[in-house]
Design a protein. Structure first.
Length: 396
């Protein structure tokens, strides 16, 4: 018992020593942890955000990590850095990194048509069987899935042009694969099918083996693990007061089933921004522009409105990551996560070694992203309008 207590105290001391007394911003100025606390709590209160996790990396290492508010407000249960939260489309960033590892191991080729990996016709696989009637699906590659140019919708039951819900909708290709950008979760599902088929392992098994276990991400999974326990799990909070309890998945989904903690996800981002785990050429490929983006907004995915507003920041998509380039601070890669009452955001200024991860269990969460990022790490060229983020205090 004494040894366990001593070990716990040592861990606490190590964690405390890792926490810096201040945060270095992009312009090299500093902000104290006390001031950061004040800003975060004030903004959360003003925007009615029930719970928030945040991590900031300086010099490519986690220098600040903390949880605020509630994991379950009606039950008066507080959030902490070990609380399981829903990662939503952060799932795609992890899957993209996993895919690049398979490329590195010569298991997968980014530009080989996916149908050539399957032992059976696409009609054999119920979820994708309808694609057998459209030979264009044979043009789709892993690269197209990761850079969102497959022509497939984001979620099949939502029309990618109108965003209208249609639970009877069949999967279809909306434009020639490879011809333009349109965010697609279905493309990630297709690539997941191929990777599971050629490895004989599930998405979660591959991720545990190649990412989660090596990085010590013990409370992260594409499916629910019994080891997570039920005591420290967050629920989402809708604006109408309803509670959003995520189901415990038994089948992983590359585009959106990841559950994690802020402590675990910060380990993943450290791995990425430190360029670890991949050969330099593959890492550079992952965060290099694959397709330029001229759409006026990111959603609905297929839009006919185009703009030059984001040309100066070189808005583009890499392999699993959105890309921008700010004149002051250089290149950055980002990923959002949005699922009902769960709103997450991560951006990494790789030239500066500065990252910020924000994870919220509140429907209002994305309304505070801009203010928090600008006050905690500095004003950036993030395309807020394109991403559809409207600040909670914006005048209408």
């Amino acid at each position: 018992m004494k040894k366990k207590i001593l070990l716990y105290l040592i861990c606490l001391c190590n964690f405390a020593s890792a926490q810096k007394p201040e945060i270095t911003k992009l312009d090299k100025s500093k902000i104290s942890i006390k001031d950061a606390d004040s800003i975060i709590t004030k903004v959360m209160r003003a925007a009615n955000v029930q719970g928030l996790d945040i991590a900031i990396l300086n010099n490519s290492k986690t220098s600040f990590i903390k949880s605020y508010g509630y994991r379950n407000k009606p039950a008066n249960k507080l959030l902490d850095t070990a609380t399981i939260v829903y990662a939503a489309s952060f799932s795609k960033a992890v899957f993209s990194y996993l895919t690049m590892k398979l490329v590195q191991e010569n298991i997968l080729d980014l530009d080989k048509p996916l149908y050539q990996y399957l032992s059976k016709s696409i009609g054999y696989y119920p979820y994708f069987s309808v694609l057998e009637n459209d030979d264009r699906w044979k043009l789709i590659t892993a690269r197209m899935c990761l850079n969102h140019t497959t022509g497939l919708p984001n979620v099949r039951i939502f029309n990618p042009i109108t965003s209208e819900l249609d639970t009877t909708a069949q999967l279809k290709i909306y434009f020639p694969p490879g011809s333009k950008y349109a965010y697609s979760g279905e493309g990630f599902k297709l690539l997941q099918l191929v990777e599971e088929e050629i490895t004989g392992k599930t998405l979660d098994e591959l991720s545990v083996e190649k990412i989660f276990k090596p990085l010590g991400m013990n409370r992260t999974g594409y499916i629910w693990h019994d080891s997570f326990g039920d005591d420290n799990v967050a629920v989402g909070h809708f604006n109408n007061g309803a509670i959003d309890i995520k189901r415990k998945r038994t089948v992983g989904v590359a585009g959106g089933s990841l559950v994690t903690t802020i402590a675990d996800y910060a380990k993943f981002i450290e791995q990425i921004i430190q360029r670890k785990g991949l050969k330099r050429n593959l890492f550079n490929e992952m965060i290099s522009p694959q397709v330029n983006i001229y759409s006026k907004t990111q959603f609905p995915p297929i839009t006919f409105e185009i703009t030059d507003e984001n040309r100066d920041i070189k808005l583009a998509y890499g392999l699993g990551w959105g890309l921008i380039e700010c004149k002051k601070y250089g290149k950055a890669f980002f990923k959002e996560g949005n699922g009902d009452s769960w709103r997450n955001y991560n951006i990494n200024f790789i030239d500066q070694g500065i990252s910020i991860i924000i994870m919220t269990n509140s429907e209002n969460g994305e309304n505070i992203f801009q203010e928090l990022i600008e006050k905690l790490i500095g004003e950036t060229c993030i395309p807020w309008k394109w991403q559809g983020y409207i600040p909670y205090n914006a005048r209408h």
